[in-house]
Design a protein around this ligand. Structure first.
Ligand code: PMP
Length: 389
């Protein structure tokens, strides 16, 4: 289903009599299948068995503001944030969602329903996560409208700014850009985990979104959570999810609780570092190796550049390192101005910068694919220099 699976498994030149592989109409991208191996090796401790009579009710905890939140899941969310140190959860409300995609919409609903008489502007600095724009626009909502690049927003009216940090697609850590009163902020911390970036301090913002999709790799579970300061905002977000899907799959929440528990167990007090099974450590090293391979291939090719990230000290891992994002944001240098089609010509499928509000000289590439695909990608990238000579 991914428009971003960047490798064509078939050699197109050999398949001239066949139609090109179907490009299913989906923009879903960055499937985190790299993590499958860790969970295969983790064995049975994350297997969940749910009997026919279990998790049948709509309700999880009627005393909780978020009445469909499974207490076990909430407990593991808080435990994990405490171990990693990436977010303040004390005195905050947890709202569970069908992925952080649903929570993002719940946040927009909650914030934009504060009595504005015209649709409120939604902004995000370019390059921004392209899906946001599509999600904002698809319902032609009367509550909010897409207003594009936050750095050129200069209207004197209320707005909501989306801050993705580290950012998808380019990987940089971000702060709000519009500096104005009347602004409301939504922080997307899908990638604020120690396999990707140094955890420099616990994040403490009004609405913070997290997801298992990029933290543990369980995108198919469709579980995300919001850490929300204001009670009324948390109530409105809960109301949105009630109206939208009458809650969130309990089966998924129970499974997510088990996965988060395993991550916490593996990483508490440094985890089983000797055995090499600390979830964040293992995956930090895998991603670091992939980034080394990519930078080496990019350097050799002389055709591209990748962003340079500042180093910072990570309070979780006690090491200083540079962000190693889940996506590579590649720029075609020189005369190539459509990087996506140039790479497609070399059988590497990417997503063009134009989807993220910037020039087609840029492309985004997932760094979290399975080993076999990633290695094929690197091989093709390495081969390019010779093909061009
Ligand atoms: N936010 C960002 C910045 C993302 O990159 C993604 C996944 N591509 C999401 C949210 C979506 O997460 P989920 O699967 O939890 O809906």
């Amino acid at each position: 289903i991914s428009d971003d699976i960047y490798i064509n498994h078939h050699d197109l030149t050999l398949n001239v009599s066949l139609p090109p592989p179907p490009r299913v109409g989906s923009n879903i991208s960055g499937d985190p299948t790299m993590y499958e191996r860790y969970w295969q090796q983790a064995g049975d401790k994350t297997t969940v068995v749910i009997s026919g009579w279990q998790s049948m009710s709509y309700f999880s905890d009627v005393r909780n503001l978020c009445w469909f939140l499974e207490p076990e899941f909430a407990k593991e969310v808080i435990r994990l944030h405490n171990i990693v140190g990436n977010a303040i959860t004390e005195g905050r409300h947890i709202v569970v969602g069908t992925g952080s995609t649903q929570l993002f919409q719940a946040a927009l609903y909650a914030l934009s329903s504060y009595g504005a008489n015209e649709p409120i502007s939604i902004v995000s600095a370019t390059p921004y996560y392209s899906f946001y724009r599509q999600v904002v626009e698809y319902m032609k909502s009367g509550l909010y409208q897409w207003a594009g690049d936050a750095s050129s927003f200069n209207e004197d009216k209320p707005y909501i700014e989306l801050i993705t940090s580290p950012n998808n697609p380019d990987g940089f850590m971000r702060q709000p850009i519009v500096n104005r009163t009347g602004g409301m902020l939504v922080h997307d911390f899908a990638y604020y985990w120690p396999q990707y970036t140094p955890i420099t301090s616990p994040a403490d913002h009004d609405i913070m979104l997290f997801t298992v999709s990029k933290s543990t790799g369980h995108a198919g579970m469709r579980i995300g959570w919001a850490v929300v300061k204001d009670e009324d905002v948390a109530k409105r977000m809960t109301k949105f999810i009630e109206l939208n899907s009458i809650g969130v799959s309990k089966d998924s929440q129970l499974r997510a609780a088990k996965i988060l528990q395993a991550v916490s167990d593996s990483s508490e007090h440094g985890g089983d570092v000797e055995e090499g099974r600390n979830f964040f450590e293992v995956n930090y090293h895998l991603i670091a190796e992939r980034w080394n391979q990519l930078r080496e291939a990019v350097k050799q090719s002389g055709l591209f550049s990748t962003p340079a990230f500042p180093a910072a000290f990570c309070n979780y891992s006690n090491r200083t390192f540079r962000t190693q994002p889940a996506f590579a944001w590649l720029k075609c240098e020189g005369k190539i101005d459509d990087c996506e089609s140039f790479l497609r010509g070399h059988k590497i499928l990417t997503r063009s910068g134009k989807h993220f509000g910037v020039s087609p000289q840029y492309v985004r590439i997932s760094m979290l694919d399975r080993d076999s695909n990633y290695h094929l990608f690197i091989k093709r990238l390495r081969g390019m220099r010779y093909n061009l000579e």
